[in-house]
Design a protein around this ligand. Structure first.
Ligand code: IPM
Ligand code: MG
Length: 359
């Protein structure tokens, strides 16, 4: 297993270090794991003047999987857009063809009180947001800021989805729903769009409906994104797999993370057509708490579990890691973001060590 490790910026290096400890422990148990590090985001800009240095992309291309921390920092906010840390992330997703972004949101029984919603609304919650990651208004051309004849400036972006892009992400959605049905009962996909307003969404809805015919065991529903945003707060357990485009998925996945109590718990996988993947926590680089040993490393550690599951097809190891995380929570160990007021908190390093202990 050759894994490219891209710690990135802010809390990235410290949380990735904890995930690397877990990989190190698995290696001592005999798993053939090889880690190679490279820069991305602001760290890429500092090292090579580019948020995605050529050497980093090459390493990622030559590896079986990529583990990424987070990108972004205040010091880069004034750079020209192509040099910003986020561009490193967007470019690596596009260059590796990582069109399928899996963002599971589940509520651990131990953390049910950390959610801002009432426990009965979220307890047992286990949903999967499947976000298309290489299309949509994120990458559509033309885009820019132009000056109109009257001298006023105008910003513009283009929302685009081609039929083949919709088809391939829809297939992934139905297949995930079928796999999940084993533990949750009926296989369900809710496709989220804005077909009452956007032409892109009208095509999205039509194609998703067409792909659905190949999966008669899956119940497909459609929902407008504004309603979905509301339903996620009103009754989140009605969902199983949410299938949606790049920008709606960006927004809804942040919303869903809060159902679970902390964005510090949410892993993600971004996969290409052959299950090669990039694995990263859903949260950002949190520069305000970087270097203080208080960030929660569990989302990154859980991203390694997803890597074992999806890229390396080692469900056994994935579950071993997830069980170790559960066990640290059961022991009452908490970083600040998931600790109840007045209860003891541990640091990033200590949390990483605790997971390794529990493996
Ligand atoms: C995410 C992030 C990124 C995105 C940013 C950092 C470019 O918000 O992974 O959700 O918008 O995709
Ligand atoms: Mg986001």
């Amino acid at each position: 297993m050759k894994i490219a490790v891209l710690p990135g910026d802010g809390i990235g290096p410290e949380i990735v270090a904890q995930a690397a400890k877990v990989l190190g422990a698995l290696r001592s148990d005999g798993l053939k794991i090889e880690l190679e590090y490279a820069h991305i985001g602001g760290a890429g800009y500092d090292a090579a003047g580019d948020p995605l240095p050529d050497a980093t992309l090459k390493l990622a291309q030559d590896s079986d999987a990529v583990l990424l921390g987070a990108v972004g920092g205040y010091q880069y906010d004034t750079l020209a857009r192509p040099l910003r840390p986020e561009q490193g992330l967007l470019r690596i997703r596009k260059a590796l063809g990582l069109f399928a972004n899996l963002r599971p949101a589940m509520v651990y029984p131990e953390l049910v009180d950390a959610s801002s919603l009432k426990p009965e609304l979220v307890s047992g919650l286990d949903i999967m947001i499947l976000r298309e990651l290489t299309g949509d208004i994120y990458f559509g051309q033309p885009r820019g800021i132009r000056t109109l004849e009257n001298g006023e400036r105008q910003g513009f972006d283009t929302m685009l989805y081609s039929e083949s892009e919709i088809r391939r992400i829809a297939h992934v959605g139905f297949q995930i729903a079928m796999k999940r049905a084993g533990k949750n009962g009926q296989a369900k996909v809710c496709s989220v769009d804005k077909a009452n307003v956007l032409d892109t969404s009208i095509l999205w809805r039509e194609i998703v409906g067409d792909v659905a015919k190949r999966y008669p065991a899956v119940a497909l529903s459609h929902m407008y994104v504004d309603n979905a945003a509301m339903q996620l707060i009103r009754a989140p357990k009605q969902f199983d797999v949410i299938l949606t485009g790049n920008i709606f998925g960006d927004i809804l996945s942040d919303e869903a993370s809060m159902l679970t109590g902390s964005i510090g718990m949410l892993p993600s996988a971004s996969l290409d057509a052959n299950n090669k993947g990039l694995y990263e926590p859903c949260h950002g680089s949190a520069p305000d708490i970087a270097g203080k040993d208080i960030a929660n490393p569990l989302a990154t550690i859980l991203s390694v579990a997803m890597m074992m599951r999806y890229t390396f097809a080692r469900e056994d190891i994935a579950q071993r890691i997830e069980t170790a995380v559960r066990s640290t929570l059961q022991q009452g160990l908490r970083t600040g973001d998931i600790a109840e007021a007045g209860k003891q908190r541990i640091g990033t390093e200590a949390m990483g060590d605790a997971v390794v202990q529990a493996l």
